[in-house]
Design a protein around this ligand. Structure first.
Ligand code: ADP
Ligand code: MG
Length: 324
């Protein structure tokens, strides 16, 4: 819609457009001429070996049973999440894929108690979230953290990186007096940033660096599981690679379970042991990632997989009327 709008504004005003993008589909659809800085990414398979899910302990960090979150918008009733069940084991990566609007973010928000479910249960390390008292909820929140798609708006623009990462530590009384700054430096290092980044404001960072800050903040309290809601979407290829490597490292070093929401199936294949396919608020199927993509049992999964062949991501093809 936005691209079509740009095109029609361009046609009616005759203005030139200088478009900066990392999206090759957008490029193909929009650009008359192209200047490329940096490199075109090599095939994904060359960059990383196939996903090798590490030894999984049987201990379960998250269990969701028959979760439903509905919205009333005027006289419209939206079943954003409608009967979802899943579990994630310690140190495991579980992915959720599905088109825009299928309910992924609503599900993610309800896991961290930002939504009030209509029915169903959520247990973190065996402790219930839905209906928990404020004090109990505070304890659960230490164990499950979330990273949003758009770190530019998720991070407080008026707060420097250091205090931003320190905030959850303060809230939970874990900012160790003198040890505080050292803790922040260690977290920055863990996510591949330098100590001087602590003095920067979010707008002084690249998208990839901001996402690293969001991750540092999320892992500051050493949670059992981190929910990542489309963390790669706003990033270019290099930043994606870096973030993927970082997530793997975190898992290896900290045994943090990840619930990864993504629409890039190639990426999911590389990192997730198990995957669920979501559509219209429900999971149409879930299982071991390799098996799911090799032998989808649901027609919708087949369509998703077929759509991703030869492409890096699943996208609606652009139907622009004409190119100049
Ligand atoms: P996704 O993350 O998969 O794109 P969302 O969870 O954001 O999907 O949205 C699922 C559905 O719920 C959409 O139809 C969306 O319009 C609706 N929705 C999401 N949040 C709200 C809200 N706060 N109020 C009303 N409707 C909402
Ligand atoms: Mg979303």
């Amino acid at each position: 819609v936005i691209l079509r709008l740009l095109r029609s504004v361009q046609e009616s005003t005759g203005s030139a457009i200088l478009l900066i993008t990392h999206d090759r589909d957008v490029l193909t659809a929009m650009a008359d001429r192209v200047v490329s800085i940096g490199s075109v990414p090599p095939p994904v398979s060359a960059r990383y070996a196939a996903a090798a899910p590490s030894e999984q302990s049987a201990s379960e960090v998250l269990r969701v049973v028959d979760l439903a979150v509905h919205y009333n918008v005027g006289d419209r009733h939206v079943r954003a999440v409608d009967g979802v069940s899943l579990h994630v084991n310690a140190g495991e990566t579980f992915a959720i894929v599905g088109e825009s609007g299928c309910g992924k973010s609503t599900l993610a928000r309800s896991l961290v108690a930002l939504e009030q479910p209509l029915r169903g249960t959520i247990a973190i390390e065996g402790q219930h979230v839905v209906g928990a008292t404020r004090t109990a909820l505070r304890d659960r929140r230490r164990r499950i953290q979330i990273v949003f798609q758009d770190s530019a708006s998720a991070l407080n623009p008026r707060r420097k990186v250091g205090p931003c990462i320190a905030e959850p530590l303060h809230i939970h009384g874990c900012y160790r007096g003198k040890g505080g700054p050292a803790q922040i430096a260690a977290l920055l290092e863990l996510v591949g940033l330098a100590p001087f980044h602590a003095e920067r404001f979010p707008h002084q960072l690249s998208g990839g660096e901001r996402q690293r800050v969001a991750i540092a903040r999320a892992i500051a309290l050493q949670p059992a599981i981190v929910v990542l809601d489309e963390p790669f979407t706003a990033l270019d290829w290099d930043a994606r690679d870096g973030l993927l490597a970082l997530l793997r490292r975190l898992q290896a070093e900290c045994n943090t379970a990840l619930l990864l929401i993504a629409h890039d199936l190639q990426l999911v294949r590389q990192i997730a042991a198990r995957t669920a396919v979501m559509r219209d608020g429900t999971f149409v199927e879930q299982g071991e990632t390799a098996a799911l993509f090799a032998k989808p049992s649901h027609e919708y999964t087949r369509a998703l997989v077929a759509g991703s062949l030869g492409h890096q991501t699943v996208r609606q093809p652009l139907h622009l009327d004409h190119r100049r």
